[in-house]
Ligand binder design. Structure first.
Ligand SMILES: [Zn+2]
Length: 143
């Protein structure tokens, strides 16, 4: 004996050796395919989480991210920066469209917003501009 299960699998499956020897290249190709399909990227515990428009997710651990080439790592970091900037909101704004999931206030970095239920005039940060003049039933909150 003296042969591990992994070695036994490698001996019987020719394709396995290539994957075992080049995990970084395999992961890099997978990440590139997901990005090409329009996956959203968020930072997650030193790694990343990619989400396809259909909702499928791919989690890349910090160890996995460290094996990616510089170009791909830079691409992921840039997409995270763009997404983060896209979610920043001032403490108040006039649009009636609700803030997206993950939106945050530029001033306090809070993530709760509200608008009037009747005659809405826009969205406000719940921390910077709390709705103290309205009852709880008079406001709509997001998220
Ligand atoms: Zn705020």
């Amino acid at each position: 004996m003296g042969q591990s299960l992994a070695e036994a699998i490698l001996a019987t499956w020719p394709g396995a050796r290539m994957v075992a020897e080049r995990p970084a290249r395999a992961l890099g190709g997978e990440v590139r395919r997901w990005l090409d399909k329009g996956a959203a990227v968020e930072a997650l515990g030193g790694g990343y989480r990619l989400t396809l428009p259909g909702g499928r997710t791919l989690t890349i651990t910090a160890e996995g991210a460290a094996t990616l080439d510089d170009g791909l790592r830079g691409d992921l970091a840039e997409r995270v920066a763009i997404a983060t900037e896209h979610l920043a909101r001032p403490p108040s704004w006039a649009s009636l469209d609700p803030p997206p999931q993950g939106a945050w206030c530029l001033v306090c970095r809070g993530g709760r917003f509200w608008r009037e239920r009747e005659a809405p005039r826009g969205w406000r940060c719940a921390s910077c501009r709390p709705p103290i003049h309205l009852s709880a039933s008079g406001v709509v909150t997001a998220p």
